[in-house]
Design a protein around this ligand. Structure first.
Ligand code: G4P
Length: 188
């Protein structure tokens, strides 16, 4: 996606160790006009698949997911990273965060995910794929159908895309990054 590619080159900051900072338009301050273009691209790539629910994981996935939900007029469910005291019956899974070196629980209420749902999962980054695989686990527990997963930025030098594709999941990433070094970004 050219608009996103150009914006990353203009406003993204890359660091040795393979980290891309996009705080000025995705992860902290957000650009809703770009987010809308991102949503339109996801809508184009996943059209005609009978999707009836958008699922994401808090926090940074919520903005692109809600834009996609708005385009299609579909409900958006965000998976929570902490179990709320008020939530009754829920599906839970464990996710290991490579960058934070810790395991955390993710959960979703049984009220909002079920066997009649055809789900598109949306998130900002695909790195090792642990969060996405945790989401896939929850969607499976609910007997819902995972139609595909869309990511704004895929770090293709990490194993997430390969792991998801090996698990039979359709993956669409709007940009794919091959190398990240200090002040150096190479796209695939
Ligand atoms: P994984 O889920 O793909 O396995 O990712 P990993 O454990 O490696 O990353 C954990 C968190 O760091 C995720 O966000 C992921 O989106 C984010 N992340 C990974 N690589 C980068 C990067 O190069 N740049 C930025 N900006 N983020 C990256 P999270 O902790 O779930 O946070 P959030 O959704 O609340 O923002």
């Amino acid at each position: 996606m050219k608009e996103l590619h150009d914006r990353i080159l203009k406003d993204g900051q890359s660091f040795d160790g393979g980290i891309l900072k996009v705080d000025s338009f995705i992860n902290h301050q957000m650009d809703p006009v770009l987010m809308h273009s991102i949503a339109l691209e996801f809508v184009k790539r996943f059209s005609d698949l009978g999707i009836n629910k958008i699922v994401t994981i808090e926090a940074s996935g919520i903005a692109p997911a809600i834009m996609v939900g708005l385009e299609w007029g579909l409900p958006v469910v965000f998976i929570k990273k902490a179990k709320p005291k008020t939530m009754g019956d829920m599906y839970t899974a464990q996710v290991y965060s490579y960058t934070k070196d810790r395991t955390y629980d993710v959960c979703v209420s049984k009220n909002y995910l079920g066997k009649n749902d055809r789900v598109l999962f949306i998130d900002d980054f695909l790195a090792n794929g642990n969060a996405a695989l945790g989401a896939k686990d929850l969607i499976g527990q609910a007997d819902a159908t995972l139609v595909g997963m869309g990511f704004i930025i895929e770090k293709s030098f990490q194993e997430g895309a390969t792991r998801l594709e090996k698990s039979g999941t359709r993956v669409e990433s709007l940009v794919r990054i091959q190398t990240l070094k200090d002040n150096y970004i190479e796209f695939l």
